[in-house]
Design a protein around this ligand. Structure first.
Ligand code: THU
Length: 133
């Protein structure tokens, strides 16, 4: 799937954003190795620190449905907003697929493609867990 097509899915996901506090709606579309597209949006809370980013919503949805291997994720905050994933989301993406692609808009509206491993160098890994559970 081309970056542009996955980005169209991210824009659809953004429509469900629950962001009454920041008024900053974000959508993510995650392409799994098995060929599925899993959508996510940011979900905020009146206790502000509990907000969940669009990327993490998508990843947690996907993992809870048995997916752990990801090819790419597209993220959008709408036209005119460059929106690269935050540091917390980079770490969560890195947990599952450090070599997956991340597509996001730069401030000029062009789609940038970067690997998670490039966005998060030396991402944390807990070696002792064996990676199975
Ligand atoms: N947000 C995302 O959904 N993804 C990011 O990578 C950065 C920030 C959301 C969280 C919050 O709901 C809003 O954007 C403003 O920070």
């Amino acid at each position: 799937m081309k970056p542009k097509d996955l980005m169209i899915q991210a824009a659809l996901a953004r429509k469900a954003s629950y962001s009454p506090y920041s008024k900053f709606a974000v959508g993510a579309a995650l392409l799994t190795r098995s060929g599925r597209v899993v959508l996510g949006c940011n979900v905020e809370n009146s206790s502000f620190g509990l907000a969940c980013c669009a990327e993490r919503t998508a990843i947690f949805k996907a993992v809870s449905e048995g997916e752990r291997d990801f090819v790419a994720v597209a993220v959008t905050a709408g036209k005119g907003h460059g929106a690269a994933p935050c540091g917390a989301c980079r770490q969560v993406l890195h947990e599952f697929s450090p070599e997956m692609w991340v597509y996001f808009h730069d401030d000029a509206g062009k789609i940038v493609r970067k690997k998670v491993s490039a966005l998060l160098t030396n991402g944390f890994r807990l070696r002792s867990h064996g990676g199975k559970r």
